[in-house]
Design a protein around this ligand. Structure first.
Ligand code: KG4
Ligand code: ZN
Length: 352
């Protein structure tokens, strides 16, 4: 087997730095996580209410040496045991991506091992295999991908073979939660804050629009199962401006209900569109949300398609999912120092 064939690797180091998490992990073939270290920058960005790109890049540079050393030490291996390195190439913040790519290229060159470029969203998708023992038994999988920057529904025929069923034509679900939280006076990241506050919220008559796209144009741009969340955030602003005395917990519950209700409705629609699903999976940071998991559980039960939930620690950004990609499908190693690609397209993706 060639040294550039990722499927020949036994120990793979994963590196992730697309946004505000600096992460490194060691995986052993076929898919055992030997270590997974994540240094979060949340505290550094919180005063600004969101991620500041230049600050993120600086934090990555400082965090990489200890994070990488911890990943290798916790895996119980030596640097020289590594067979390859997988690194996020995009999408993400250019300067953040570049810090991980530079570290990856330097290490791979020094160790004389291949460097595999990974698509961040594909890594989120393939994180579902941390919960299922056999790749083929889980496919075709209906994957709801919900992160801070992207929202999409995909049909995964096999790792590397994806059909896009629908995506958001404006804001992502995580972005709607983050922006909504800011309007509610909550901290960044907003998803977990809204979830916490919503738990204290009582039933109310307050109903936010479900944000479904109207008109053929929107559907054409986003696919048959298109999402739209930007109107929702505006509705929240008007509700708060119109009635400053509204109970915040009740508002948070209604807002969360609207975001998750939209996601679940689309999942139901996609489940109905095909008859051969092996599972339905929810991946990405928003998949941590207990309310969403509950709603998906009841749809999965009603449709008799098993729900796969990713372990909580692999929902938000991590490097274990990055190292998983070259272990699950063949990836060509880079031959030259890599360029960051903030808008990287996903290989093997077809639009339905
Ligand atoms: O996948 P991720 O870590 O980063 C991206 O690739 O974007 O996702 C981050 C997103 C943020 O929008 C954050 O608010 C959301 O995941 N999130 C949650 C929860 N935990 C994180 N949303 C809802 N409920 C949660 N418990
Ligand atoms: Zn992510």
């Amino acid at each position: 087997m060639s040294k550039t064939d990722s499927t020949a690797s036994r120990f793979l180091l994963g590196i992730e730095s697309s946004c505000d998490e600096t992460a490194a992990a060691v995986l052993e073939a076929p898919l055992q996580v030997r270590s997974s270290v994540v240094a979060s920058q949340i505290k550094a960005h919180q005063p600004y209410g969101g991620v500041v790109p230049e600050l993120a890049a600086r934090e990555h540079v400082n965090a990489f040496p200890p994070v990488l050393a911890a990943a290798v030490a916790e895996a119980g291996i030596e640097w020289t045991d590594l067979d390859g390195i997988a690194v996020t190439q995009g999408p993400g913040l250019s300067s953040s991506l570049l810090s991980g790519l530079s570290v990856g290229w330097g290490l791979a060159t020094r160790l004389g091992i291949p460097l595999y470029p990974v698509h961040h969203l594909e890594a989120h998708m393939l994180s579902l295999f941390f919960s299922v023992p056999n790749t083929f038994s889980a496919c075709p999988a209906l994957v709801l991908l919900v992160t801070g920057g992207h929202t999409a529904l995909l049909r995964m025929v096999a790792p590397g073979d994806y059909e896009l069923l629908g995506r958001s034509i404006d804001d992502a679900a995580g972005e709607a939660l983050d922006k909504g939280a800011r309007l509610l006076g909550l901290e960044y990241p907003g998803g977990p804050e809204i979830e916490k506050l919503a738990m204290q919220g009582t039933e109310s008559d307050l109903v936010f629009p479900k944000g479904l796209p109207s008109g053929e144009e929107a559907v054409k741009r986003g696919g048959e199962c298109a999402f739209s969340f930007s109107g929702l955030k505006t509705a929240l602003r008007y509700a708060l401006e119109g009635n400053p005395d509204l109970d915040r917990a009740m508002v948070a519950a209604a807002y969360q209900q609207a975001v998750m209700g939209t996601l679940v409705k689309r999942v139901e629609q996609a489940l109905n569109a095909f008859s051969d699903w092996s599972c339905v999976a929810c991946v990405g940071g928003v998949a941590k949300n207990a309310f969403l998991r509950e709603q998906l559980q009841s749809v999965s039960k009603a449709k008799a398609v098993p729900l796969v939930t990713v372990p909580i620690e692999y929902c938000t950004d991590n490097a274990a999912m990055i190292a998983a990609v070259p272990l699950l499908r063949k990836i060509e190693a880079l031959r030259a120092p890599p360029a960051a690609d903030p808008n990287l397209q996903l290989a093997g993706m077809r639009l339905r």
